[in-house]
Design a protein around this ligand. Structure first.
Ligand code: SF4
Length: 480
């Protein structure tokens, strides 16, 4: 199946909508040959038309040029309607390809739209399913007070990235170095990171910022040795005021590099929240994705975390992993629920070009019914969890979502702040993206660090130089 689009400057929306139905279909710049399988969408002088042709059968749809809407959205809608009837598939989010549906609700509310107008926007214009829309609306309601706190003038969060992992998961598209190969980079990396944190503290002081949350993520932060974790978290404790923080998270991540000593260090140095991420509780699926540990190791790691005194734990699961089934995923959910962590985050597998799954398995059709897996998240609601943040990514299986679930009062603030872009995030480490947001969220600017650890270390002077952009951004606010 090929996608061919004519008459539009970009065709981006049309292309993405067609991929809701044919996820791996390539875009072509030459007209398909006679009889070739294709979705052919055109905007002409007189109107819009879409043809779908598959295995010798075909169907067309046409419409006049829109008067009050963008031609791109109108053509995308025409393609959506045709493909929905042709395939019999009903995408749960309808025509909504944007990644932040909850943000859209916040924005519409801020713009003065009534509840009925927002309902119609989601349910009629985008054909969003009532279940997905109701979840997004409930999350927007829950986030209201948390976002107001995050939007306080000059509030910021600190992100620290550790781009190392004990092995590479097959679905991973992050920049993360394999410890076996790049262990010698870790110590110089931690040394640079501590110096970058000093620069960040100086910039934050100069700009009059106050810290609300800290998040040490990855990669896998527990790829560091216990000594390196002490060095890093000690620098954080010395440089930043930890009392009064809304939250301090460390992604312990994987059990194959997290032990009792590291869990004790994380606790001792002030973290209030950790993540232990099983992804699945099936040993076979863990092997399929390249993890070198078992489900038993996750249970032991979780017990060690509780023994070390951690009282706020998140566990990540992924729906749609290779070789998993609906019942297998439900088993993972039930196992996580039985452990009783404060947060359970359910991701849907995303097929990014940089991941091994896509490169090796592009045509593989074995992914189980992911929508049916996500329907099992009703188990979370029954166990007292409620959804508190939601986002989507491009190329996610069946265009589905990632949702953080939590026990009442256990929302992960940083997750909400980064997703809804209400406050400044100052980032340290390779691949870090500092996001500067002014009061009211009207002006936004990014400062990027170098992507790879060796580049970050070698060009560290430039990293420090770029950091000066933080106070410069706020000087602009003050008119200085
Ligand atoms: S643990 Fe995360 S960052 Fe590391 S390889 Fe796996 S998916 Fe990538």
């Amino acid at each position: 199946m090929k996608i061919y689009i004519t008459g539009l400057p970009s065709g981006y929306d049309v292309e993405h909508l067609v991929r809701l139905f044919y996820p791996m279909a390539p875009l072509t710049l030459t007209p398909p040959a006679d009889g070739e399988d294709c979705v052919w969408a055109s905007k002409g002088e007189d109107g819009l038309s879409v043809l779908v042709r598959e295995q010798g059968r075909s169907r067309t749809a046409s419409a006049p040029l829109p008067r009050d809407d963008s031609p791109e959205f109108a053509l995308a809608s025409l393609a959506y309607g045709l493909l929905r009837s042709w395939t019999g598939l009903r995408p749960p989010w309808g025509k909504m390809t944007g990644v932040r549906p909850v943000r859209l609700i916040h924005d519409k509310r801020a713009a003065g739209w009534t509840a009925e107008q927002i309902d119609r926007y989601f349910l009629e214009r985008f054909d969003c399913s009532p279940e997905k829309y109701q979840m997004a609306r409930a999350i927007a309601d829950l986030q209201g007070p948390i976002l107001r706190r995050g939007a306080e003038p000059r509030a910021y969060s600190l992100y620290i990235g550790i781009p190392f992992c004990p092995s590479r998961c097959s679905y991973c598209s992050f920049v993360s170095c394999n410890l076996d190969r790049d262990r010698k980079l870790v110590q110089p990396y931690v040394d640079c990171l501590c110096r970058e944190l000093e620069a960040i503290r100086a910039q934050a002081d100069q700009a009059g910022l106050h810290l609300q949350t800290i998040y040490i993520g990855g990669g896998t932060p527990t790829s560091l040795s216990a000594g390196q974790l002490r060095q890093l978290m000690g620098a954080v404790r010395d440089l930043f005021p930890l009392e009064g923080l809304a939250e301090y998270t460390v992604e312990a991540g994987r059990p194959d590099c997290t032990d009792a000593e590291k869990l004790a260090v994380i606790k001792e140095y002030g973290a209030t929240r950790i993540s232990i991420n099983p992804q699945t509780f099936s040993d076979q699926v863990l092997a399929n994705i390249g993890r070198r540990h078992t489900a038993r190791d996750i249970l032991d790691c979780y017990a060690a975390a509780r023994a070390a005194g951690h009282t706020d734990i998140n566990m990540d699961l992924i729906a749609g992993l290779p070789g998993d089934t609906v019942e297998g995923f439900a088993h993972s959910l039930r196992t996580a629920i039985d452990l009783d962590p404060e947060n359970i985050t359910v991701h849907t597998l995303t097929l990014k070009r940089a991941s091994r799954i896509v490169m090796e398995d592009q045509e593989d059709n074995r992914y189980a019914d992911v929508a049916a897996m996500l329907e099992r998240c009703g188990l979370l609601a029954q166990a007292g969890y409620r959804p508190y943040y939601l986002y989507r990514q491009k190329n996610t299986l069946q265009n589905l979502e990632n949702v953080g679930w939590c026990k009442p009062g256990r929302e992960g603030y940083y997750n909400i702040y980064i997703m809804e872009e209400v406050q400044t995030i100052l980032s340290a480490g390779a691949g870090g993206s500092t996001k500067l947001v002014d009061a009211g969220g009207h002006r936004m600017q990014r400062i990027f660090n170098f992507k790879y650890p060796n580049e970050y270390i070698q060009r560290f002077d430039q990293v420090l130089e770029r950091k000066k952009g933080v106070s410069a951004f706020y000087d602009h606010d003050l008119g200085t």
